[in-house]
Ligand binder design. Sequence first.
Ligand code: ZN
Length: 56
Amino acid sequence: MSTENAATFDCPECDVSAPSTSVPYDSLGYVVCPVCGYAATPERSSSADRSPSAGD
Ligand SMILES: [Zn+2]
């Protein structure tokens, strides 16, 4: 059961946790760590790259 707060930013670089509402965002809209400046860019998201099914 994942009871994770989606409104909390956890930095993988400096392991800091801060409410997403109190952290800055870059021009792309990604959360930027207020401590080390790490940008939480979605590197490993779900396989959104779906090839067009060549069928029919
Ligand atoms: Zn950080």
